[in-house]
Design a protein around this ligand. Structure first.
Ligand code: NAP
Ligand code: G3H
Length: 490
């Protein structure tokens, strides 16, 4: 079965999920999604107007009460069915991901499978949502005759905005915890990535999600983004994307609670006693997978001279083995998402070279494909020391000692993750304790998963905590009902 066959009339034309069905944009306007792989047309998605957005929000309000009142067990059943459907269609959806965002075939299929696991885990976690009863006499002057019965209730309509690099997984990481908590959801995916996200919506529909509980909104963020995030019908915004857009949204969203997962500049701090081969393996896959287009990619190495000297040949010998080219052939180094992204990465390389850094390999481009690049002797006056390339470029900053590495790591505006590689447990915990990030990885590349771990950024890397349990908590609130058992008047 092809999941979208005949749903919207013309071939390669997609509609939005609205009130349980598939609707065309009222204006008739579409956005063409071209593949970063070969420039071919992946499809056309609706450019929704403000009126279309208003309808989607109103519809999600109509269904809020019935979904909030649906037994959690029933909500969970939809997730189990959706997970099965995702796995059944993993190859088909994986192919869409590959063509739409140039993710290698294996990682694309893995993203779909990981998402199925996320749905099942969230369904299980949802069944564990429990309230509590608090006796008044725990507090001075209180009485056993006052009991607060505390349950968790949904916030209302959640606006989920997802980025291009994980259109399926980072949509579900918002949608699933929101829905299991009884919220309705409006999903606004990245425009380049929206066809993949519409496949996900199709799966949720097919799995039996009641009408209006999930509606999708497609259209350019630059055109309708501000309108959606300031819509009075939105009760929570769950955003993943760049720090620039995240900051912009946080300025606009007065009094509406936010969860922000933003950019990063994850450091790999390598101490002299680290296992250099093991470290090099981790750094290579951490830095270059999907051409570095991951928030958690290793984005700088901080090491003393002698350590850097040992690492460089090990890194170079691994970089030459990276497959470069077509994601359909499972290449790791693939064309970046668009020309603007490739231009930006090249500008960081050019700036570093102009200021005296040494390109050890790479540094060239073929269209939007940038060769895996390793740059040594990057210094703190270079943009590459601080800015997030979101491309296959890894700078080495040579540091004086462990404290210098910690100071440079912390000087970043970002605070997503960082790694420390060492065989000394005391140093590992010392460095971990000093780093101003959401997560420190000891002897591993930086990475998000497993998806039930807390995942968060500090400083310009975000606000709020993802991870199944934490996201459910963030998108529900306590509701207290106080029983006053003593009816005597005082
Ligand atoms: P982006 O350009 O910030 O876009 C993210 C999302 O925001 C897209 O859906 C985009 O829609 C939408 N958007 C743009 N302007 C908007 C506005 N004014 N109002 C509302 N929505 C708006 O980011 P990206 O290029 O897709 O993703 C790469 C960035 O995301 C990197 O910085 C990366 O580090 C970060 N990221 C962080 C995490 C994390 O967990 N911390 C995970 C993944 C990615 P359009 O596509 O239509 O513009
Ligand atoms: O791009 C941001 C994702 O949250 C990273 O996930 O570490 O599994 O690639 P990942």
């Amino acid at each position: 079965m092809r999941m979208f066959q005949n749903l919207c009339g013309a071939d390669k034309t997609y509609c939005n999920l609205y009130d349980g069905g598939w609707v065309k944009p009222s204006s008739g306007a579409y956005i063409e999604i071209l593949s970063p792989v070969d420039g071919s047309l992946v499809g056309r998605v609706p450019a929704m107007s403000r009126e279309d957005v208003d309808r989607a929000v109103a519809n999600s309000k109509e269904t809020l009460q019935s979904w909030a009142e649906a037994p959690i067990y029933e909500r969970a059943q939809v997730f189990y069915r959706a997970a099965d459907l995702l796995e059944e269609h993993a190859e088909e959806i994986g192919h869409v991901l590959t063509m739409e965002i140039a993710k290698d075939k294996k990682s694309a299929v893995y993203e779909v499978q990981r998402t199925a696991d996320f749905l099942r885990y969230t369904a299980d976690a949802g069944k564990g949502i429990a309230g509590e009863a608090i006796s008044g006499d725990n507090f001075p002057g209180g009485s056993k005759n006052k009991i607060s019965y505390v349950s968790r209730v949904p916030l209302g309509t959640v606006l989920a905005i997802s980025p291009f690099n994980y259109p399926i997984n980072l949509s579900v990481s918002k949608i699933a915890p929101a829905l299991i908590g009884g919220n309705t959801v409006l999903l606004k995916p990245a425009t380049q990535g929206s066809i993949s996200a519409l496949y996900l919506a199709r799966v949720m529909q097919e799995a039996g999600l009641p009408r209006g509980v999930l509606n999708t909104i497609t259209g350019r963020g630059s055109e309708i983004g501000d309108y959606i995030v300031t819509h009075p019908g939105v009760n929570f915004i769950n955003f993943t994307g760049s720090t620039e857009v995240g900051r912009h949204i946080s300025k606009l969203s007065a009094m509406v609670p936010l969860m922000l997962e933003l950019g990063g500049k994850d450091a790999a701090i390598v101490l002299p006693d680290a296992d250099m081969d093991f470290t090099a393996d981790n750094i290579i896959s951490g830095a270059y997978a999907y051409s570095g287009q991951r928030c958690t990619a290793v984005k700088r190495i901080l090491a003393q001279d002698d350590v850097a000297d040992q690492l460089v040949p090990r890194l170079l010998s691994r970089i030459v083995k990276l497959q470069v080219g077509d994601p359909r052939d499972n290449a790791v180094i693939v064309p970046l998402i668009n020309t603007k992204a490739a231009d930006f990465v090249m500008s960081l390389i050019d700036d570093a070279v102009a200021k005296g850094a040494t390109v050890l390999t790479g540094g060239t481009r073929n269209g939007d494909l940038i060769q895996p690049t390793l740059i040594d002797h990057v210094t703190t006056d270079m943009r590459l020391a601080w800015e997030e390339p979101f491309g296959p470029v890894l700078p080495i900053l040579r540091v004086k000692d462990m404290q210098d590495a910690i100071d440079i790591a912390n000087h970043s505006e970002y605070g997503l993750q960082s790694s420390v590689f060492t065989n000394n447990i005391h140093d590992a915990f010392f460095v971990a304790g000093q780093l101003e990030v959401g997560t420190v990885q000891i002897n591993s590349k930086t990475e998000r998963g497993p998806d039930h771990f807390p995942f968060l950024g500090v400083k310009a890397s975000g606000m709020g905590t993802q991870g199944v349990k934490y996201a459910i908590e963030a998108m529900t609130r306590p509701k207290a009902v106080v029983f006053n058992l003593d009816m005597k008047s005082h």
